[in-house]
Structures are given as structure tokens and as C-alpha cells.
Write a protein that binds this ligand. Structure first.
Ligand code: AN0
Ligand code: CP
Length: 325
């Protein structure tokens, strides 16, 4: 694997899952693979799970890790090309990226959708500049349109908890006070469809996702109908995708919150969320605290997902440079 930005980069999914389950049994069998190599994790946005789990995974493989928060201590970075830099941003990504590339063997980047321009967000302008100018393998730590490490961890978690070969998975929109990106639902939909699970997506009118991610899913505006017979309920808020409402909040209707009554419509489904989750907005305390909630297992599997990805890239580096140990 050269870069990891979507499900397409992971290869056959059954093999990736087997690899994940093997690593989960013993995380330290390859703790020399990344010796003398450095993972640089760059955050344009906040993170708890991604920073900790990716750092842990890299350390399990013997790598050094540097974490850089762009908002805290680094120069404020200009990202637009061709502008006169007379504002509050003293450095351009065009220099910063190759400089960061000098200090790293693998670069992880978190850069959310900014909702300033749909073209910029869905063109993955920031992530692609890292791929183009760093000269190093790049891992998405959640980009504008996808969160593949999260989706991979979600897939591992479903494999661990499922009781039927092809579980019925439901992705439901739920209310939130802030406009959130579509990266998690896009990525989850794309990954579940690639895994061959029957996927239903339910949301209020106006919250349709980009069809490039949802082709093959059943889409319904009737949340209760969607929940009937489900094996896994995955809740997430996202802002509108379609024009002219891109990036806007169209609804905060509390009747979309996941509660016990809705969970009772399911086939005793497990409850999933990528976290961080707003209690009693997205989901009631009762559901989140119930034994069917597997959100902590999802978070735990972030370490495993990151380790599978880092390991695969390290193996490629070994081939490219046989002197690596
Ligand atoms: C982010 C999002 O919705 O994309 C990160 C989720 C992993 N969530 C928030 O900003 C609350
Ligand atoms: N799920 C997830 O990516 O969490 P963080 O934003 O805390 O990294």
C-alpha cells in the first residue's frame, strides 16, 4: 500500500479483516518493522481517538511518532494557491508540506471539510497536496470526504459482533447543534457496500449524501421503517450535501434521536457511533449505556485498523528501500 485514503487502498476486505484479527491477538510481533522510521501525524482539527490510536499503532510497530497540531504552535498555514500572502497566514502549504516530508517516513493528515467550497472539499484539495508534495506515503486521519480508518475499525467491530453472515446494517442521521462533515457517513456507506452488507440509510429530506458513496444502499426517509429487523444501528449527524444547502443544518428535529423505543423495532441490534457523541441529542443515555452499545469496541479497534494500514505501508517501504529494517 502506498497511500491510505479510502477503502480502495486496503485490498481484499476479507484479507484485511483476517490481518486485523491476527494483530489484535498479539500487537507486538512486528515491533521492529518500523525501527528508526518516523510517523508524523498532522492535525488541522481536534481529535482524541485518532491521535491516540494511530500513535499507539505506530509505536506497536516500533516507529517514532511526532504529532503536530497546526492550530497550536505551528505557523498558521495558507492553503489557497496564487494569493498575495498579506493576511494572518505567514506560511504556505507548498513549503510546509515538503518540509514536513523531510522529517517523516509516513505522514497522517486530519483535515475536515471547511464548508467554504464544495469543490474544494470534494476535490480533497488539502489531502491531495500532501500526496503530491510530501514525497511520502500519506494516511487519511479523516479528510474532507472520508474517514477510512474509522470505517475499517467499524467493519472489524461488526465482524466481531455479528451473528449472521450478512448482517442488516442501518446508518441513521441524528440531530446535532453544529454543522458536521459528511466524511464519516460517506466512508461508512462506501465501506459497508464494499463489504457486501445490506445497507439502509435513513435521514430527513434534504440530507441525501453524494451518490458516489451510497450506490447500492437502500435510502428511506422513514427512520422507523429502516430500523425494523436491523442488526446494527450506526448513528451519525451530517450537514446537507446537496446544493444550494451544502454545509447547512436543515433540521434539528429531536424525533430523529435514537432511543430505546426505536431500538426495540430492531432485531436486538447493536448501537454504533464513531464518537465523540452528544448524549441526548444523537442518542439517549439509556441506549448508549446499554449492553448493546458497542461504541467503545469501535474506538478500541481504531488501534488495530491503524496498525494494519501502517504495517502494510511499512512493508511497501521495505521493498522500496531494502536497507530499511
Ligand atoms: C467530526 C465529524 O463529524 O466528522 C469527527 C468525527 C470523528 N465530529 C465532530 O466534529 C463532532
Ligand atoms: N472517531 C474519531 O475519529 O474520533 P476523534 O475525532 O476523537 O479522533
Amino acid at each position: 500500500m502506498k497511500h491510505f485514503t479510502s477503502v480502495k487502498d486496503i485490498g481484499p476486505l476479507d484479507k484485511a479483516i483476517q490481518e486485523a484479527l491476527r494483530i489484535k491477538k498479539d500487537k507486538f510481533t512486528e515491533n521492529e518493522l518500523g525501527k528508526n522510521l518516523t510517523a508524523l501525524l498532522i492535525f488541522f482539527n481536534s481529535s482524541l481517538r485518532t491521535r491516540l490510536s494511530t500513535q499507539k499503532a505506530a509505536e506497536n510497530l516500533g516507529m517514532h511518532v511526532i504529532v503536530l497540531d497546526i492550530q497550536q504552535g505551528a505557523w498558521n498555514l495558507e492553503t489557497r494557491k496564487g494569493v498575495i500572502m498579506d493576511g494572518d497566514k505567514p506560511e504556505h502549504l507548498l513549503e510546509a508540506i515538503p518540509v514536513m516530508g523531510c522529517y517523516a517516513d509516513i505522514i497522517g493528515v486530519r483535515s475536515f471539510a471547511r464548508f467554504e467550497s464544495k469543490e474544494e472539499d470534494y476535490g480533497e484539495v488539502i489531502l491531495n497536496q500532501f500526496i503530491q508534495y510530501s514525497g511520502k506515503p500519506v494516511i487519511s486521519l479523516e479528510s474532507a470526504t472520508r474517514h477510512p480508518l474509522q470505517s475499517f475499525a467499524d467493519h472489524i467491530t461488526i465482524e466481531e459482533y455479528k451473528t449472521v453472515e450478512k448482517p442488516r446494517v442501518v446508518l441513521t442521521w441524528a440531530p446535532h447543534p453544529k454543522a458536521l462533515p459528511q466524511a464519516v457517513p460517506n466512508s461508512f456507506a462506501e465501506w459497508m457496500i464494499a463489504a457486501g452488507y445490506p445497507l439502509t440509510i435513513t435521514h430527513p429530506r434534504g440530507y441525501e449524501l453524494d451518490e458516489r458513496f451510497t450506490q447500492g444502499a437502500t435510502i428511506t426517509y422513514d427512520q422507523q421503517e429502516a430500523f425494523r429487523g436491523a442488526d446494527f444501528i450506526y448513528a451519525k449527524n451530517w450537514a446537507a450535501y446537496r446544493d444550494p444547502d451544502y454545509g447547512r443544518i436543515l433540521s434539528t428535529d429531536p424525533s430523529w434521536m435514537v432511543d430505546r423505543k426505536k431500538m426495540e423495532l430492531t432485531s436486538n441490534a447493536f448501537f454504533m457511533h464513531c464518537l465523540p457523541v452528544r448524549r441526548n441529542m444523537i442518542v439517549t443515555d439509556e441506549v448508549l449505556d446499554s449492553p448493546r452499545s458497542i461504541v467503545i469496541s469501535q474506538a478500541a479497534n481504531r488501534e488495530i485498523a491503524a496498525q494494519v494500514v501502517l504495517r502494510s505501508i511499512l512493508k511497501t517501504l521495505q521493498v522500496a528501500n531494502p536497507s530499511c529494517t
